[in-house]
Design a protein around this ligand. Sequence first.
Ligand code: HEM
Length: 495
Amino acid sequence: MSGEASGAAVAGGCGALCPGGGGYAADGGGRAAVPVRPPRLAGVRLPWLGHAVPFGRDPVAFLRGARERSGDVFSFTLLGRPVTFLCGRAAHEAVFRADESVLSPKEAYRFMTPVFGPGVAYDAEPAEMERQIGHLLPALTSRSLAAHARVMEEEVRRHIRAWGDSGEADLVETMNEITVAVATRCLLGQEVSERLGPELPRLFRDLESGIRLAGLLSPGVPLPAFRRRDRARAALGRALGEVISARRAARPPHEAPGPTPDMLTTLLAARTARGAPLDDETVVGLLIGMVFAGQHTSAILAAWTGALLLSHPRHLPAVLREQEETTRGADTLDIALLRRMQYLEHCVREAERLRPPLIVLIRKALRDFVHGAHLVPAGHLVMVSPAVSHRLPGIFRDPDRFDPGRYGPGREEHAAPYALIGFGGGRHRCVGTAFAYQQVKIIWSVLLRAYDLRLDGPGCPVPDYSTFIPGPHTPCPVRYRRRASPIATGPGGQR
Ligand code: HEM
């Protein structure tokens, strides 16, 4: 591996943010200095293990601490893999916009292949992955989102029907159950829930808990969590296979979709460039992949939105006032009405910033990669962290504070490019962002109008880093009491 600039890719496609005009630092005489390898973190006793122990215990504290000591770019080792961490808006832009022949998500996310299946998403060539993602998009247009909004609201209402007038519920479990029901209906199709019924939450959980640090090394090592992941994948795959056969037999592909256009319908209607339908394995892989990408992440964002809002109750009156104003006289939550819930949206955004569900995003350097004064050698995993970057004081004022007002007119701290990266950025930015925001807003709109809610415990819960997508530590009990007079007469009412 070269330590020189020649032959290295210079922060590909880098825009206005890149330091040094997109690459090299200049020396005092104005000549381009040779980019150097990032500093390596010290303090490793077992070279192969590297920093796996402190990283595994609390990756965010580890990366934040290392950045304070070593700066915005540094390298370390995780289970024998060299990793370079980069931080800051210019670095995000460089990483998110880099050519895939230089920084490859496909190679970094190989550990996802057991979930998506061979040849699907990250396991496909980049151009094929892009085509596959393109097939999903009709299920995420504003027209489809309007239909999903109805399902989302129905599922929240169905869930709280069992709550009664008062009691206690676990915040994380509640969000998980609601988002499993929504993902099943909006993505997989109603028939899957009829086939797998109460098993679904466990299957989704097993799928997600099969992604852990050891997967970086080899997703095939015989850990019990990986076996559970594979069994869950097989069970979902079987059920989906049966549903697909039944749908293909019952409804010719050219026929209009049913009243609730789920993502399965969209994929069955999709055609390759040659006009052929997608094969069953691709449809199954994409659907399971979407559940994986979108269900637990949304549950955790919803849980943090509630945890942060309820532990900062001085913001509640403004949220409730907005609910009162926006929902007055409305029967259901439609897209236009949700769009007017700006304060609630700012609370969701603040949860995305303070507690992003995906705390690190990675690529693999296939060629040497130059960013500013640094050369990241080919072979390194390149890591950026929404959880660390979202707390940079140069970007967000008083960054550790829960302050939804920072997104309001006149401040708009999130507007700086590549500042807020909870949904990624550049060519692989999340295609489910609007779906996720809509779902979280609907959950909290319905819950807050129907119930007076209190966190049962002091302060805000802390993150549980034992899972890949860290939510509030469980149990995370919330006490609820039905509002004597529900907010607004429409959807907040007791129905
Ligand atoms: C709170 C919920 C969600 C969060 C925090 C989230 C976060 C992310 C992030 C950070 C990425 C970029 C990964 C990278 O660059 O390495 C991503 C990509 C993606 N997300 Fe999401 N996501 C969420 C919900 C969803 C939903 C609901 C769906 C689909 C219905 C979805 C589908 C996808 C897909 C297909 C990609 C890959 C896009 C590509 O590579 O072109 N996500 N997501």
